[in-house]
Write a protein that binds this ligand. Sequence first.
Ligand SMILES: Nc1ncnc2c1ncn2[C@@H]1O[C@H](COP(=O)(O)OP(=O)(O)OP(=O)(O)O)[C@@H](O)[C@H]1O
Ligand SMILES: [Mg+2]
Length: 296
Amino acid sequence: MEMIKVDNLHKTFKLKLKTIKALNGMSFDVKRGEILGFLGPNGAGKSTTIKIIMDLVRADSGTAFINSLKSTNPDSRLRVGFMPENPQYYDTITGMDLLKFAASMFSVKDAGKKAHKLLDEFELTEFADVKLRKYSKGMIQRIGFAAALIHDPDILILDEPMGGLDPVGRMIFKNKMKELNKSGVTIFFSSHIIPDIEDICSRVLIVKQGKTIKQFDRVDIQYLTTYGFNIILRKEDEKNLNLNENEISKGLYSIKCKKDELIEKIEAIENSSAKIVDIEPLKKSLEDIFIEILND
Ligand SMILES: Nc1ncnc2c1ncn2[C@@H]1O[C@H](COP(=O)(O)OP(=O)(O)OP(=O)(O)O)[C@@H](O)[C@H]1O
Ligand SMILES: [Mg+2]
């Protein structure tokens, strides 16, 4: 079942004399229990789509639904945790104030207890009573994520959650996202950091010029990132197999082949006295594929 449905969104912005088509038929679903990555170049329409789902921007046409309720209905977001791109908060309040404010919007019981737990999880306990103006960019991201979790949401919508984070911060976020997902939270997030997407997503949408142009699940990603195979074999006699085998150590050889040549190579090896020891995929990165798709 889909938790979010985005159906044929169109959105045009006017900027001075220019008209900018930010969304041009954006459609996709976010299914219950998945971690869906939203990947696309700058200006592809990711934040605009997210803002329409959060009803911060209204579409010219098309509809977004959360749990079958139109996103223009505030009730649709009662179980949603949201973190915007580059979160900015009143900087005269403290981290604890922000969490309590977020809790009050959702009438959370035990707000103080929950806030302390989240501050601890995001390693911000000692900054609980420090004003946000004194927080670093990474700390703002962390308190923003904590605020999005205060009401134990079922759906998380995060716009570039790992944007300003160092590798340790990214690891904390990714682990938290994996843990939440294991406990049943559906996650939809945009990112430019392809290895992060590859790491944690069960599915990836690629968007360009205001619409989805491709989507991959984990198996597709495995398939697409594999461009060939390295077959390792052992042969006792020195007879040449004529398969372009290279000796890697005494008696052990490797044969590199393209994806569609694998069966043919295996058959040729099986018809010889050589034995296959291992077959390993040769990988290119999702980043290479992303660039290839965008240049198509
Ligand atoms: N309020 C606005 N007024 C005018 N143009 C806007 C507005 N918001 C977005 N745009 C334009 O709409 C297009 C899509 O922007 P959007 O922020 O959705 O892209 P994005 O995919 O999130 O990009 P990024 O990866 O840089 O965050 C861009 O050309 C942007 O300049
Ligand atoms: Mg954006």
